[in-house]
Ligand binder design. Structure first.
Ligand code: JFZ
Length: 339
């Protein structure tokens, strides 16, 4: 076990990437700014109907996507690993999958698996690759959009009153299409086969980063956990199902714990450079490069890892502000390294 965790203990710094069809919205639905939360939540926050959201994928054509460049920017910043949203809560798979048509190959004009070249680039530059996979929450694949907390006030969606009432009466769903399968069907027919694909088709996978375990059952968690045998050295976080599937690493979010808080544990602070995980056109609340470097030093000195997020644009490029910050961090790393 200590052998398995060794690279992770030494890594200290990684890149988180939140990318999917939500990037195409950029936090705006029908001219209305999303009221709150990360822009990757727009389908839920604005209660966008399934067909309408899926139609947006027909415009998702990231012709500027260059996996080699992404990984080189991470490497030059001193990052040792990269974790990408293979599937976020909108259920959209960035990869080729037989379990659902709602994926990069079948639903977009781009028509190619974007994780394949990323895995190649990670091998080329010696970075570890991990997959974020939203196992329990999926708003497009039927059965996956289980009950979530409602936020009634301040919806920018013009239909919000009607849709909120519907959602309230339908356990958090807002479109009948979401209810055409059960949660256990969704786990069996989408989550489990997709995790199997992710752990079989991309070479060594270093991390599986689960998220939002609400509604998970022991049965579902066990089925997903069994797939991990495909990658014997894989490291997982603590978000598969709580509390009895603790995983390997704790995941304080957007905050750096005190010295004593997570002592003796493996932990990783994930953080955005601005205020959103997914790309948002109106978010200009960028942290300074100095703040990001101070965070890294603070976290590393306390024995944690820093997973710093980039939300690529719909064309596949990184926001200029992210590129600049990564470059400044890289310069600092080089100036302060022993080699
Ligand atoms: C989740 C996602 O909903 C979000 O979109 C993003 O991917 C983020 C990294 O993870 O959001 C969370 C999950 C857990 C907490 C807060 C936000 N938490 O434990 O405080």
């Amino acid at each position: 076990d200590s052998v398995r965790m060794k690279w992770w203990e030494e890594a200290r710094f990684g890149m988180f990437i939140h990318w999917g069809v939500y990037a195409q919205f950029g936090g705006v639905y029908k001219g209305h700014e999303q009221a709150r939360g990360g822009a990757e939540w727009i389908m839920n926050r604005s209660k966008i109907p399934v067909d309408e959201y899926q139609a947006m994928a027909k415009q998702f054509n990231p012709t500027q996507y260059n996996a080699d460049e992404w990984v080189r920017m991470a490497k030059d910043a001193g990052m040792k690993y990269l974790i990408i949203t293979a599937k976020h809560h909108d259920g959209f798979a960035l990869f080729e999958t037989k379990a659902s048509k709602w994926n990069m190959v079948d639903a977009t004009p781009y028509g190619k698996d974007v994780l394949k070249p990323l895995a190649e680039a990670c091998r080329k530059y010696g970075l570890k690759l991990g997959f974020y996979y939203s196992q329990a929450q999926d708003w497009n694949n039927p059965g996956g959009s289980a009950a979530r907390k409602l936020m009634r006030e301040g919806w920018p969606n013009p239909d919000s009153t009607r849709i909120d009432d519907y959602t309230l009466a339908h356990h958090g769903h807002w479109d009948p299409k979401q209810e055409t399968a059960s949660f256990s069907d969704y786990i069996k027919n989408v989550s489990v086969p997709q995790v199997k694909e992710l752990l079989s088709n991309y070479g060594d996978i270093a991390v599986l980063w689960w998220d939002t375990p609400t509604n998970m059952t022991d049965e579902a968690a066990n089925m997903l956990q069994e797939q991990l045998a495909l990658q014997p050295n894989i490291i997982t976080n603590d978000r598969l199902k709580r509390p009895n599937f603790p995983g390997d690493t704790k995941t304080p979010e957007q905050k750096i714990p005190d010295w004593s808080e997570l002592e003796g544990k493996h932990w990783e602070t994930c953080m955005t450079m601005n205020g959103t995980w997914g790309y948002r056109t109106s978010d200009h609340k960028w942290k300074s490069a100095e703040t990001l470097i101070r965070n890294l030093v603070d976290i590393a000195s306390k024995g944690g890892n820093y997973l710093l997020n980039v939300g690529p644009k719909p064309d596949g490029s990184f926001p200029q502000e992210s590129i600049e910050r990564l470059a400044v961090i890289g310069k600092w790393m080089k100036a302060n390294s022993e080699a």
